[in-house]
Design a protein around this ligand. Structure first.
Ligand code: MLT
Ligand code: MN
Ligand code: ZN
Length: 305
């Protein structure tokens, strides 16, 4: 099984078009040791040819041409994407669906029922796509029931509803429903090894800790280092927790949760917001993570099991 990271930044990407925070300004000026990142998305494959796209970001075209290019011998219209699976219905994870509208057949889209509801009502991407390629919707069972996706051989998927928030546009923003945010466990059917992917994760409870501990690698919410990353940059008073993301630092933070895992588990942060100081490779916060064996995902990073 191959898991390829197409985009490792949170909504807005890095640098963000209208952001002049320390990280974005420093990257533009070339005064900061840092790497640009596109918006949150991965692809998973059992054979390296046919892929499950997990999250369709607004940067999808550039991500596909860089990291999942069409094979030279492919037919006139072709795609390496067998299906799309969404962890939530937020703009950074879902807007790219519209950009796949030229898909040759109905696009297989896997989401939970609450995400389908949001994407059919307040952000009606699915009905809009019906005027183009059309969508074959499949319900993701968010209770851990294993499922396989047609065309994606050798990979079993399990989804778990996790604490988080639906997009700000959702009628359920202030009263999240189970299934608004999911974590996915991808298991290689041959080696029986797994990767747990949770780009949005507001808390790590006992059950989630056990799932993280049993995985070969975990790729988890790296949105903010401090709960008040945004306030520190003078951008907003919104905290990481207000947005449904667990910050890395502090008591009960992501670093503490990752430190409790067996040393054999590879720990990687993804969905990194442009305001997060860990993007600066020379920052004290980045060194803090490195000392604890925590990696930072980058676009094009690959994990093979
Ligand atoms: C989030 O996960 O909170 C989103 O990245 C926010 C956004 O897309 O603007
Ligand atoms: Mn997001
Ligand atoms: Zn910024």
């Amino acid at each position: 099984m191959i898991l390829r990271i197409l985009g490792s930044a949170a909504g807005g990407g890095y640098p963000q078009w209208n952001c002049n925070c320390r990280q974005c300004a420093g990257l533009r000026a070339g005064s900061l040791r840092a790497t640009a990142r596109s918006q949150s998305s991965i692809a998973v494959s059992g054979d390296g040819r046919s892929w499950l796209l997990c999250n369709a970001s607004p940067d999808i075209h550039r991500q596909l041409s860089r990291h999942l290019p069409i094979e030279p011998s492919a037919p006139a219209r072709s795609s390496p994407i067998a299906a799309v699976l969404l962890a939530d219905g937020q703009i950074d994870h879902a807007l790219g669906l519209l950009l796949l509208r030229e898909h040759r057949a109905r696009l297989p889209v896997w989401t939970t029922a609450p995400v389908r509801d949001d994407l059919s009502t307040t952000m009606p991407l699915l009905p809009i796509l019906d005027h183009y390629c059309g969508v074959d919707w499949h319900e993701v069972p968010a209770d851990g029931e294993p499922f396989t996706v047609d065309g994606v051989r050798g990979v079993t998927v399990r989804a778990f509803a996790v604490p988080g928030k639906p997009g700000p546009y959702s009628l359920h923003r202030q009263a999240p429903r189970p299934g608004d945010n999911s974590a996915f466990l991808f298991t290689d059917e041959h080696s029986a090894q797994s990767i747990l992917y949770a780009p949005g994760l507001a808390a790590v409870d006992k059950a989630m800790h056990a799932r993280l501990a049993a995985a070969a690698a975990v790729l988890v919410d790296g949105t903010c280092f401090y709960d008040d990353d945004l306030a520190r940059q003078g951008i907003s008073t919104k905290t990481a927790r207000d947005m449904g993301h667990l910050p890395q630092s502090g008591a009960g933070g992501m670093v503490e949760a990752l430190a409790a895992l067996p040393s054999t588990v590879r720990r990687i942060l993804t969905h990194i917001n442009n305001t997060n100081p860990i993007l600066d490779e020379d920052s004290a916060e980045r060194a803090f993570l490195t000392e604890r064996g925590i990696e930072i995902a980058y676009d094009g990073m690959e994990i093979t099991l």
